[in-house]
Design a protein around this ligand. Structure first.
Ligand code: XUL
Ligand code: MN
Length: 342
């Protein structure tokens, strides 16, 4: 029986900034966010490396680990765990044009340095999971890179991380575009393919995000199933997305309710969570949301997930079987709609 544990990252409570305007909500200190996460029913926290250790570029490797240990104590105090650490390779000027696929050796080395520090931070926080959102691994200008070499270089970077610590696991979070224009590793299939080329494919899996599947023109629940079929769905980022446009990170289920139902269904049917996998809610509040209620999107995402879970548990497999036998999929479809609406 699937037991779901919910996680979010500090970036999921943001000031409301977007491309066309700055944020207008005040910045909430990390410690306050963590306390609130517990209050609203989260079980764990997701981290970018510098969410855990803010000034890490200017710190020694030992100081980074010590700082991360203090963050672990803070989590322990709240009864929360760390799900993963993700090296933030999309911020720095040096990784503007890719980290693992950088065209300059210095920039590549910086990306590796940050990635290995993420491993150190993960260990200090008590997790084995390194999540790689390959934000800038691709091109803004196709002719600027040798694509074959760059993709092999990305595999080399994964190998360096895997070789650095024999326990560490990599979760690739694929996304087809944004901020990069043309991604080299845009889908679950790409993630698994590159994982299979590493020194230890058994330590490379996936975190699939609803919106990223939609952006690739794919169905999120089918993407989950694809990873589940090989035991590779090690995390999910649930949210919602209105078609192929900018990445929206909407509250789970608000745009495509039936798709959200199917996502919960496939997770439930396959005991997602039994091996410690978490239901990550990678959602962002609308820019209009007032500061006094700026966790509402997280609260709603969990509530919608649990409401859909109740519906999933009522799914009549006998009726489904009958409809399939009769080839009466119109009948089955109406049943699903009635179940969701009922
Ligand atoms: C961006 C995205 C990130 C990652 C974590 O599209 O989903 O928030 O999940 O770095
Ligand atoms: Mn995400």
């Amino acid at each position: 029986m699937a037991q779901f544990r919910f996680t979010v990252g500090p970036w999921n409570v943001h000031e409301g900034n977007e491309t066309f305007g700055p944020g207008h909500r005040p910045t909430i200190p990390f410690e306050e966010k963590v306390k609130k996460f517990k209050e609203i029913g989260m079980d764990g926290v997701q981290f970018h490396d510098d969410d855990a250790v803010p000034d890490m570029n200017n710190m020694t490797e030992k100081a980074i680990i010590d700082y991360a240990k203090d963050v672990k104590a803070l989590l322990d105090k709240q009864g929360l765990f760390a799900e993963f650490v993700a090296p933030r390779l999309w911020f720095d000027r040096r990784t503007n044009d890719g980290g693992y696929t950088a065209t300059s050796k210095e920039d590549y080395d910086f990306a590796i340095w940050r990635s290995l520090r993420s491993v150190d931070i993960a260990k200090a926080l008590g997790t084995k999971k390194i999540q790689l959102w390959l934000a800038r691994e691709g091109t803004l200008c196709a002719e600027s890179k040798n694509p074959v070499k760059a993709i092999q270089q990305m595999r080399d970077a994964f190998n360096t991380i895997l070789n650095y610590d024999p326990e560490i696991q990599i979760l690739i979070e694929p996304k087809p575009n944004e901020p990069v224009d043309k991604s080299y590793c845009g889908t679950a299939g790409h993630g698994l393919a590159i994982g299979a080329q590493t020194v230890d494919p058994s330590r490379v899996g996936l975190c699939i995000e609803t919106a990223h599947s939609v952006l690739a023109g794919l169905d999120p629940s089918a993407d989950f199933a694809f990873a589940l079929a090989w035991g590779k769905l090690w995390g999910v980022h649930l949210n919602d997305q209105n078609g192929i446009r900018y990445d929206q990170d909407k509250t789970f289920g608000v745009e495509n309710l039936r798709s959200a139902f199917d996502q919960v269904k496939v997770l439930y049917e396959n005991n997602f969570g039994d091996k410690g996998e978490c239901v990550g809610l990678d959602v962002k509040a609308m820019r209009t949301q007032p500061a006094e209620d700026c966790y509402r999107h997280i609260i709603n995402s969990k509530a919608i997930f649990l409401k859909l879970l109740e519906k999933v548990k009522k799914f009549d497999y006998k009726f489904q079987e009958q409809c399939v036998k009769e080839r009466n999929l119109e009948k089955l479809e109406m049943y699903v709609i009635d179940l969701i609406l009922g």
